[in-house]
Design a protein around this ligand. Structure first.
Ligand code: PLP
Length: 412
């Protein structure tokens, strides 16, 4: 028998969402009537249809594939030039950010990208994550052997630096006292819905440059930023080209959660080092990794993503964001009215809510499921600092959100 990667055995019972699914399944099987009025505000999946501009572009691309002269087989692993250029122009250069098309790598999702990026980093790096955190950053480090076992009580993995986020620091951690090599930052944040100001990100970039660290900046929710003073990209901060990688996704702006398309930005100026101290380009390593393990995102999907940058595409994305942010506003209001302490929901599609005194986040999950027939996400699933909190996702129809608000008002 082959030996297995024993790091997998260190992982806890499951990724958060399978556990939620298990509890919801048990509830619906034993309460078939209540199950009919169940509203899911747990998983962060979009609900509204794919923008028309995307559908037209994809239809056209399908037709091209039906003609020998315009058929597309394997594409460039790094992505088609038309999409990389559209991204560089619209997301970066038009905002005064110095990012070139060939610093962008198209992929089939940010979940894969944020996990796969560890391929290009060596063993022995000090890795910092926020707590609470998008669980993928933690679990992929566990799988890669970058941690020791989890602590029985807290669930924290030995070897990782956990940076507590709470209302006290606005859910943006201060820089660590000691040097860390890799730092995962996600703003607008999943799960807390917090954003990081230009000043806060500048402190992080300065720290990273001083210590030779790399910031892994996940901007999956940048399209939800409403406040014009909040940066959409880490590369808006001076010096970030020398210390940051950015992850972006079309999942939450263009509704691509099922279509699948995302990208990574790695500036050519960004370096790592060998043990012997020789500088190496992280862009070159990722390019090598991408060409070896990935065969490119589908042509049809990339044409769809390109359409998000047309005038029609942009206005349809704006309408989607307005819809979800309208939901977030209603949810925040309903929670406040119910005397719950609530954060987020102003520049992100997530509302982060304090559980009533003495109630744990899984108890709150069960309470919401049983009494309100609403599925939320227990904060503890995002790390020990998430205990005592829960997340409500604004990804839903307006009618469902209005109904959730009514039910929140009735919770005892
Ligand atoms: N990053 C964050 C912070 C997310 O919340 C999610 C999805 O929920 C992703 C990345 C995954 O995005 P994708 O659909 O591109 O894999």
């Amino acid at each position: 028998m082959p030996l297995i990667n024993e790091n997998f055995l260190k992982l806890k019972t499951g990724y958060l969402f399978p556990e939620i699914a298990r509890r919801v399944k048990a509830f619906t099987e034993s309460n078939p009537d209540a199950a009919k009025r169940l509203i899911r505000c747990g998983i962060g999946d979009v609900t509204e249809p794919l923008p028309e501009a995307v559908r037209y572009a994809m239809h056209e691309a399908v037709d091209e594939m039906g003609v020998r002269d315009s058929f597309h087989g394997y594409g460039p692993e790094q992505g088609y030039e038309f999409l990389r250029k559209a991204i560089a122009t619209n997301d970066f250069q038009s905002r005064g950010i110095n990012i070139e098309a060939d610093e962008i790598f198209i992929s089939d999702g940010s979940k894969c990208d944020t996990g796969n990026i560890l391929d290009i980093f060596g063993k022995g790096n000090k890795i910092a994550i926020t707590d609470p955190v998008y669980p993928v950053y933690v679990d992929t480090n566990v799988m890669a052997g970058n941690t020791r076992d989890a602590d029985e009580k807290t669930g924290a993995f030995g070897g990782l630096v956990y940076m507590k986020c709470s209302p006290r620091n606005g859910f943006v951690p201060p820089v660590p006292k000691k040097k860390v090599d890799l730092v995962y930052l996600c703003y607008p944040n999943n799960p807390t819905g917090a954003v990081a100001t230009r000043e806060q990100l500048t402190v992080w970039v300065n720290y990273a440059r001083e210590h030779g660290s790399v910031l892994l900046f996940d901007a999956a929710y940048e399209a939800y930023i409403q406040d014009p003073a909040i940066p959409h990209s880490i590369f808006e901060i001076e010096g970030a080209r020398d210390c940051a990688i950015e992850f972006r996704s079309f999942s939450k702006n263009g509704g691509f959660t099922g279509v699948r398309c995302a990208f990574v930005v790695i500036p050519k100026t960004l370096m790592g080092t060998t043990k012997a101290g020789a500088k190496q380009s992280l862009h070159a390593l990722w390019s090598r990794r991408h060409s070896t393990k990935f065969n490119g995102a589908s042509y049809i999907v990339q044409r769809g993503a390109e359409a998000l940058y047309t005038d029609e595409g942009k206005s349809q994305v704006r309408a989607l964001i307005e819809h979800y942010m309208g939901n977030a506003t209603l949810l925040v209001k309903a929670c406040k009215k119910a005397k719950l302490k609530v954060y987020g929901g102003a520049n992100a599609p997530y509302v982060w809510v304090r559980c009533p005194e003495g109630v744990t986040s899984w108890q709150m999950f069960d309470k919401m499921l049983n009494e309100a027939n609403v599925v939320i996400t227990p904060g503890a699933g995002f790390g020990s600092a998430g205990e005592g909190w829960f997340r409500i996702s604004a990804f839903n129809s307006r009618a469902n959100v209005e109904e959730v608000c009514r039910r929140i008002a009735e919770i005892k």
